[in-house]
Design a protein. Structure first.
Length: 303
């Protein structure tokens, strides 16, 4: 080694001892504010919290942040055990300063602020987990910042992604995993729907079934009304138009037997109820058919 190189080497060694390298502080991918409230049943309804999942030990969080000058927010109900450094007692305290974390496979939320008797607000920073991003890339999903944030918020894990991929859905996008998580689409629900005669449903169809609460109990309820082997869309109609056993029984007692799905849906759409049928039959002097009742409802006379 030449003298000049030796001197340079010794200089760099001395420089490193005087100014040791320090790990660079990771930069938050997203920053914003949060609000939280320990939910009771009434507040849960107002905030459209899923009452099926509502229980003691939960807290509603909303995160607010900006992306490309657009105001965004996400809200959900969490268990207190999801957080590091926050529990129900602290959240119910008076003017309690808090620093806590929400650790997910996709990223880490660091939060600070205050709680006062169940209501909280403050600021947060979100840090992506590189291992999750790389793992999703290996699975064929190149995620943007907003998707990584949503994955962490919804607790999307690589294990969950792998589970959904084994269920046979075609051409899955990242948003499909979000839907599956939000609406609790899992192998157990797919198996339940298959047992009710609905095999090979697309993800969107399973989401519809969840939204309208079409499950084994409801399939049996509709079968008890005299309607069996229906398509999923037909069952959704029963839910959407609030067709009940009581309504069907009333129609049958008033002479409307052999009802089809279209019949009961039409009766509901045009608000043809038991009182109207009695009135219409009295006016006509006979028992009217479904089509005649609807015409009478629309035109005020028998056509």
């Amino acid at each position: 080694m030449r003298m000049r190189d030796k001197l340079f080497f010794l200089f760099m060694m001395a420089f490193s001892l005087i100014f040791p390298a320090t790990a660079e502080t990771p930069k938050a991918a997203v920053q914003g504010t949060w609000k939280a409230k320990i939910t009771d049943v009434n507040h849960a309804r107002q905030e459209h919290v899923n009452l099926d999942e509502f229980s003691k030990g939960k807290i509603q969080f909303n995160f607010y942040y900006k992306k490309n000058l657009k105001e965004l927010n996400q809200g959900s109900s969490f268990d207190f055990i999801d957080f590091e450094g926050l529990n129900e007692e602290r959240a119910k305290g008076s003017n309690t300063s808090v620093n806590f974390r929400l650790v997910r496979e996709a990223g880490i939320f660091e939060l600070e602020g205050k709680f006062n008797k169940g209501d909280g607000q403050g600021t947060f920073r979100f840090f992506e987990q590189a291992s999750f991003v790389h793992a999703m890339h290996d699975r064929g999903f190149l995620l943007n910042q907003e998707q990584i944030f949503s994955a962490a918020f919804l607790d999307i894990t690589t294990a969950f992604v792998d589970e959904i991929k084994t269920m046979g859905f075609k051409k899955l996008q990242m948003e499909d995993f979000f839907k599956a998580k939000i609406f609790r689409i899992d192998p157990a629900f797919v198996k339940e729907m298959a047992a009710n005669g609905f095999s090979n449903l697309a993800l969107e169809e399973l989401v519809k079934a969840r939204v309208f609460k079409v499950d084994t109990t409801f399939v049996r309820e509709v079968a008890g009304m005299g309607f069996e082997n229906l398509e999923l869309e037909d069952l959704i109609k029963f839910k959407n138009f609030e067709i009940t056993q009581q309504f069907v029984n009333e129609m049958k007692k008033l002479g409307l037997t052999n009802l089809t799905i279209e019949n009961v849906v039409s009766l509901k759409i045009f608000k043809v109820d038991a009182n109207f049928i009695r009135h219409a039959n009295s006016k006509s002097g006979r028992s009217l058919k479904v089509e005649e009742l609807i015409n009478f409802k629309i035109h005020g006379k028998i056509l």
